[in-house]
Design a protein around this ligand. Structure first.
Ligand SMILES: [Zn+2]
Length: 133
């Protein structure tokens, strides 16, 4: 009974970052990219999307990235390979909403300042890799 309202709240709470992802995905679509819906994810690939991903700090090594309920992938294969991992990040956005990116970056900065791996040691990534390596 509560699942639907909670799911709706998750979409609303994550919507600021979903809007950013939709803007990036739209840039991909108007440059020849594709969109597909898979579970809770709106996935974009192709067109300008790989170029946009490569501008991300870990861009050259990134196959896909999640912004709210939007997953941006280099291509359909990258989206398929990373789908379970990115779904964990979607759930994290549903819990953290607009605070997700600031919290993620703060964790990475603190970990980096202590000499750790800002990506692999980040608790958001540790949770995602524990569920979907
Ligand atoms: Zn991740």
């Amino acid at each position: 009974m509560w699942k639907m309202p909670l799911r709706l709240l998750g979409w609303v709470w994550a919507s600021p970052w979903t809007a950013v992802g939709l803007a990036a995905g739209t840039a991909g679509l108007v440059t020849g990219g594709r969109v597909q819906k898979r579970g809770a994810a709106i996935e974009f690939h192709g067109g300008a999307v790989p170029w946009l991903i490569s501008r991300w700090p870990c861009g050259p090594f990134t196959m896909a990235m999640t912004l709210g309920h939007v997953v941006l992938g280099r291509d359909a294969v990258c989206l398929h390979v990373t789908r379970a991992h990115e779904l964990v990040h979607i759930r994290q956005y549903e819990r953290w909403g607009p605070l997700f990116i600031p919290a993620y970056l703060l964790c990475s900065a603190l970990i980096w300042a202590r000499g750790g791996d800002a990506y692999r040691d980040n608790p958001f990534e540790r949770e995602a890799y524990a569920i979907a390596p």
